[in-house]
Design a protein around this ligand. Structure first.
Ligand code: MOS
Length: 703
């Protein structure tokens, strides 16, 4: 089969629209008679609501509280514990209590609502929390083997919240339509929002969700938009008019989900020769005030907590706990950036304790084909830990620079990491994702629930279909995700959109090709009319997973990465200047090299921000720095050009050999930065490593 689009950096399907401004984001859309909506939120981290008082003329306002909910007032997610609108109590700052809508935005925002609380003492320290959302234990071999180690190294590592900073804040518009409500919005997973709307609106009010052009998600628009979508729907239902809710940046930062802060404790036993004997890992995630996706974030975090290393005896114990802070949720990497930070700094310290070169130590212990992971999964030929490590070390002349920078303000450090692609364990089997391909008068149309959120979904899916069907890339169009017109392809998350949904599309295209015979899609349409092919995802048949014991094949495949960071620390200000960043990653095969490179560059920069800059300051349970002036993310001035290397190792279960890529690049930068700082003698165990922390970190306390 001649391959023409896959492997080429063809022009993006969404490129012209975004470059010219023709693309319509939620706030670009308006409807006749549209109102603007606003959310009144709690200002205390914990309390009982005593009274709600309106200190304004309510004429012309639509006002909604929990009593206006036609169906269930609970966000329909893993648990149903989070109210759409508070009833008697609030558990975190920013919790929605009341909704207002008015046709004049200024009048709307001038309205004063006073909420009186009986304040209660908040629980803010996750380690002090006895309310656990989820616990996980992973056991491999016998943790008692620790007793046979020559050396045991212990360490505690911490990571902070991280805010997504998608360029477009959350925004939705709910429109009354055909006796029901249609929500248009900046939404990563339209079918998640649909499920939540159905529960909220009840059986008598049909719901529909349409994804508008979306300015970034990173997990932040995975589960969260069910809340603004629900709020707008309630206002639209009560007023009978379209209602738009657009968060400004401050509201978005104060009240939406963030990456879970973590505390991870390691005990690692090794032989003198560097062999890993036993690993004990304790993972604590701060879930915030409601469950959201914490159980699955904890799951992925725990599964990756021992890093890409061979060790016969591993015990990992994790828990996600309640605090009176805004709920944390999905964020690129989903728990793995937290636990892989911890294990990679721990491995660096173990190598130091042994007096062993960090590369040699990793080379000795890195997972190889035939080895088993912490869950007992036997790795296949798609394991590339050694390949990425060797390439990164060779390319950066790591050993030479390590010696050369000795005694200067410069240092070089690395991290080795991996990331499972797709839903965990049997997840893809339960999900039963579908995709559909339709013959049109001019070519074919892809109809899936997968969303374009900047990462290149439309382009990459169209490339796969074009080549599998043997038609020009230009003749493939991609339908807007509208729950009325597309099938549920599962959520656009978990590095699954290329590998899993792309695979279903490839199979649809192959089937359609045989139906078409010698005709092109357009010729077929002219002769026979429309044709539709729809298929469901079948995970590889060898996957065995036990949710009760956490044993088995956690993921169909993994991506592998090694990041090398060279940096310089200003001896007076402790400012870190990044000199060179190298990202060597293996994710099967890139469908679109420029987009794949963009994912790696973007994820790496997001990881560098996580490492050095992005600090959420919580005061009495509220984000105190909810502005881009004091919650700073890296700009082009903060990051050198990244040397991206895409190693190929085609994965037979993915379309054209592709694995998932979206999250992998997020896992490596933070430990690589901190390991470089270690080499300068700064013993950093928590991120972000701000200049204040670097200044305060003991110098030359190496173990
Ligand atoms: Mo997600 S954190 O978009 O899987």
């Amino acid at each position: 089969m001649p391959v023409t689009a896959v492997g080429q950096s063809v022009s993006r399907k969404d490129g012209i629209g975004k470059a010219t401004g023709a693309a319509k984001y939620a706030d670009d859309l308006t409807w006749p008679g549209m109102l603007h909506g606003r959310t009144i939120r709690s200002t205390v981290p914990r309390g009982r609501i005593r009274a709600v008082l309106f200190d304004f003329d309510t004429t012309g306002f639509t006002i909604v509280d929990h009593a206006d909910v036609p169906g269930s007032n609970m966000v329909d997610l893993i648990e149903r514990d989070q109210p759409l609108l508070a009833v008697h109590e609030v558990r975190h700052v920013g919790e929605p209590i009341l909704l207002l809508a008015h046709e004049d935005k200024e009048v709307l925002h001038a309205a004063r609502v006073l909420v009186e609380y009986e304040e209660l003492p908040p629980l803010l320290d996750p380690e002090g929390s006895e309310q656990t959302f989820k616990t996980i234990t992973i056991d491999k071999g016998d943790a008692a083997a620790m007793a046979g180690a020559d050396l045991v190294v212990e360490g505690t590592y911490q990571t902070g919240h991280q805010e997504h900073i998608y360029i477009e804040p959350n925004g939705v518009i709910a429109v009354p339509e055909d006796g029901g409500i249609t929500v248009h919005g900046s939404i990563q997973c339209p079918f998640y929002a649909l499920k939540a709307l159905k529960a909220l609106l009840g059986p008598d009010i049909p719901a529909r969700v349409v994804q508008t052009e979306t300015g970034g998600g990173f997990g932040g628009k995975e589960e969260f938009p069910s809340i603004p979508a629900g709020h707008a729907a309630l206002l639209a239902h009560k007023s009978g008019r379209p209602v738009k809710i657009i968060y400004d940046r401050v509201e978005d930062m104060v009240s939406t989900t963030k990456r879970h802060p973590s505390i991870v404790r390691h005990r690692t036993g090794v032989k003198r020769d560097g062999t890993l004997v036993a690993m004990e890992v304790e993972v604590i995630l701060d879930g915030g005030a409601y469950v959201t996706l914490s159980p699955v974030v904890l799951s992925r975090g725990c599964i990756h907590a021992a890093g890409p290393y061979r060790c016969d005896n591993i015990r990992i114990e994790g828990r996600a706990v309640f605090t009176n802070t805004p709920p944390n949720g999905a964020f690129r990497g989903f728990g793995a950036p937290q636990t892989e930070f911890a294990v990679e700094v721990q491995m660096e310290r173990v190598a130091e304790a042994l007096g062993m070169d960090p590369v040699e130590f990793r080379r000795k212990n890195a997972l190889r084909a035939g080895d088993t992971t912490a869950t007992g999964q036997v790795l296949r030929e798609d394991c590339s830990a050694l390949a990425v490590l060797d390439e990164a070390v060779r390319r950066t002349e790591f050993a030479r620079k390590r010696t050369e920078y000795e005694g200067t303000d410069r240092a070089i450090g690395l991290s080795l990491f991996y990331h499972g692609a797709g839903f965990t364990g049997s997840g893809e089997r339960y999900l039963k994702s579908r995709a559909r391909l339709e013959v049109t008068p001019t070519g074919v149309r892809i109809a899936t629930g997968s969303t374009e959120i900047g990462q290149g979904t439309r382009t990459m899916h169209a490339q796969i279909v074009a080549d599998a069907l043997g038609v020009p890339y230009e003749s493939v169009e991609v339908a807007q995700p509208d729950t009325k017109h597309v099938v549920d392809s599962g959520p656009t998350v978990a590095s699954r959109t290329c590998m899993v949904v792309g695979k279903i599309l490839e199979e649809c295209a192959v089937e359609m090709r045989s139906e078409l015979g010698k005709l092109s899609p357009a010729e077929y349409f002219a002769k026979h009319g429309a044709m539709t092919v729809e298929r469901m995802y079948e995970p590889p048949d060898w996957i065995r997973w036990d949710d009760a014991t956490y044993r088995g094949d956690a993921y169909a495949t993994y991506g592998w990465g090694c990041d090398v960071v060279e940096l310089e620390v200003d001896p007076d200000t402790f400012d870190v200047r990044l000199l060179e960043v190298t990202a060597v990653q293996e994710f099967g095969r890139p469908i679109h090299p420029a987009l794949a490179r963009g994912q790696i560059e973007g994820g790496t920069v997001q990881g560098l921000g996580y490492a050095l800059l992005e600090r959420v300051v919580m005061r009495n349970g509220a984000m105190a720095n909810a502005q881009l002036t004091n919650y700073t993310i890296p700009t082009t001035l903060d990051v050198p050009e990244i040397d991206v290397v895409m190693l190929e190792n085609p994965y037979p279960g993915g379309p054209f050999g592709a694995k998932g890529l979206g999250e992998l690049p997020m896992d490596g930068p933070a430990p690589a930065v901190v390991n470089a700082l270690r080499h300068l003698g700064h013993d950093i165990r928590a991120i972000p490593a701000t200049p204040e922390m670097i200044a305060a970190s003991p110098v030359a306390a190496r173990t």
